[in-house]
Design a protein around this ligand. Structure first.
Ligand SMILES: [Cu+2]
Length: 89
């Protein structure tokens, strides 16, 4: 039975945490909440997962993360400078 798991990343000039882990088979949701104007993190993107979105201040933006395959996947700011990682294990 797939477990519903939501991980929230706080965006305040960096990603906290910058590594999130899901188990293979989880119904995984990755949520970003930007709480600071600092840095260049008003956009989040992931080439690995194929998402890109603005992060309005103090709003939660969620993405469904596929967990059918294990691996390490990246997300980053709009300029690909600040990076975080999703591990599916
Ligand atoms: Cu940036």
């Amino acid at each position: 039975m797939a477990e519903k798991v939501e991980q929230t990343v706080t965006v305040d000039g960096q990603y906290q945490p910058n590594v999130v882990t899901f188990q293979k088979g989880d119904q995984a949701t990755l949520t970003f909440k930007r709480v600071s104007e600092s840095g260049c993190l008003d956009t989040v993107q992931s080439h690995d997962f194929g998402f890109q979105s603005k992060l309005p201040l103090n709003e939660e933006i969620s993405f469904t993360i596929p967990t059918d395959q294990t691996g390490k996947f990246e997300f980053a700011c709009g300029m690909n400078m600040v990076k975080g990682k999703v591990i599916v294990q």
